[in-house]
Design a binder for this molecule. Structure first.
Ligand code: FE
Length: 203
């Protein structure tokens, strides 16, 4: 029989989650269909397009950008994006001299309501430990090579406070609508392991 490693090898967190779901279901405390519905919501309906809409609005609406700087939780909620656990949001803005990156060194805290499900690498122990120690090297592995003079700041997310990176608006997008700009905002650019896409035809 072929041995399929992925089916048989649960990581400890997956195993704990499965065990908890089984116990809660057996005791009649949760309905597995409800759990599936929540997972489906985050997998298919809540995704990086929410965060991209926030970033594009900040690029085009200085008053909103100011609000996002002062009180990201309220600014983001005004667009209909709120966290399930009521966690607070903080937006950190990239500049030519300062680049922000987010991580959760303890587990996998992530701005779900804005970015959907976290990528697998975000939860991986190497990313969580190394990005704090050698962010420039880790970013280079993502294909992001920043100028030497650009400072990198790493933000450690928690259950209470989660971060959104607002990437710099790409050049050559003067006069673009927020809707068109949102197409340039990638998930990686809002984690800080990437930057916003350049528009077609702009190097
Ligand atoms: Fe966490």
């Amino acid at each position: 029989m072929p041995h399929d490693h992925h089916d048989n090898h649960l990581d400890p967190m997956d195993a704990r989650v499965r065990a908890l779901e089984t116990i809660l279901t057996t005791k009649g405390l949760i309905d597995p269909a409800a759990v599936d519905a929540i997972v489906e919501t985050y997998a298919e309906r809540v995704g990086p397009q929410n965060g991209a809409a926030v970033v594009a609005r900040a690029w085009t609406d200085p008053e909103f950008a100011d609000w996002l700087t002062r009180d990201a939780t309220a600014a983001v909620a005004s667009m209909g994006f709120t966290g399930r656990q009521g966690e607070h949001m903080r937006a950190v803005f990239n500049t030519p001299g300062l680049h922000h990156v987010i991580v959760c060194t303890l587990c996998s805290c992530y701005p779900w309501s804005l970015l959907g499900l976290p990528p697998v690498w975000y939860k991986s122990p190497p990313y969580r430990s190394r990005v704090v120690i050698e962010p420039r090297a880790v970013l280079a592995e993502f294909g992001l090579v920043l100028p030497e003079e650009t400072q990198i700041r790493v933000w450690d997310s928690t259950a209470e406070l989660r971060y959104l990176v607002v990437p710099m608006r790409p050049e050559g997008t003067e006069g673009w609508s927020a809707e068109a700009l949102a197409e340039l905002v990638t998930r990686e650019s809002m984690i800080g392991t990437g930057i916003a896409r350049a528009p077609e035809g702009v190097a």
